[in-house]
Design a protein around this ligand. Sequence first.
Ligand code: SF4
Length: 325
Amino acid sequence: MEVVTYSRNVFIPLTNACRNRCAYCGFRSDNPKLMDEAEVLELIKRAKSAKEALFTFGEKPEIYDEIKRKLKAMGYSSFLDYLVAMNKMAIENGLLPHTNAGILEKSELKRLKPYNASMGLMLEQAVELDCHKNSPGKKPEIRIKMIKDAGKLKIPFTTGILVGIGESKYDREYSLEVISEIHKNYGHIQEVIIQNFSPKKGTEMENFSPPTIEEMLETVKIARNILPNDVTIQIPPNLVEDIYPFIKAGARDLGGISDVTPDYINPEHPWPAIQKIERCLKGEIILRERLPIYPKYIKLNWFSDEISWLIKKLSDGDGYASPGL
Ligand code: SF4
């Protein structure tokens, strides 16, 4: 029987400060917040069934004086120091971190690697698009470099494309080919998210139409043809009504699902209940929980001594999440 995976996580949006201004973004703010340690710990403690702490937040938040002041008040000399401390807090409380920080230097990736089971950066599209004209971090060459740097450091990695942000069908295929080539060279891409653009009120792109289900299904099929077989295709289950046709088209993962936190990037789309997902799979496909690091990379020992005890505790003999926990 076919298997589809997901990860039980808690979504920790450390800050909505971001140097970019993507035309579709409803997350960043000009009056940015930074979570304090007590707020992070409170979320971690509430996530009783989670095994993953998903740290997702804006890019290079230290460009804001307000953020620098808050970090200093908490006793941190840099955002990276604070992030490492929050990663460690998750580990101490039994959760495996997956950090999605936007653009990082190779030295920063190296510092974060011991405290993360996997990391991520959406490629989005490997071409310049109008929606990214005010987003220096969305230059394709910068993103491609970081994804390659993660490969050089043997970090299990998540990337993906955002569909419907002004790209052509050719651009989608080209972007998937770029990801495929990177994986052939470094072997670190465990999953590729095929994510549909979802318009947000109050943004420049609020009146843009999201891609149709047919376009999304076609993109998943194209992705399955282009990407190497050991790269899993992920489809966000809160952004499509019925996952079944996407599984039939080649998707095999549903990403992180949380019973304590919303999708802060798409808060208007709640996570489906596990029971609903199982109903959509019609008893034809097994739903299996995984960790933020895929079984293949556990077998390859692509993790640090700092988290090996936790991976052992949370995984079963096949490298999936242990069902008893
Ligand atoms: S989409 Fe991400 S990178 Fe772009 S402005 Fe929003 S938070 Fe920043």
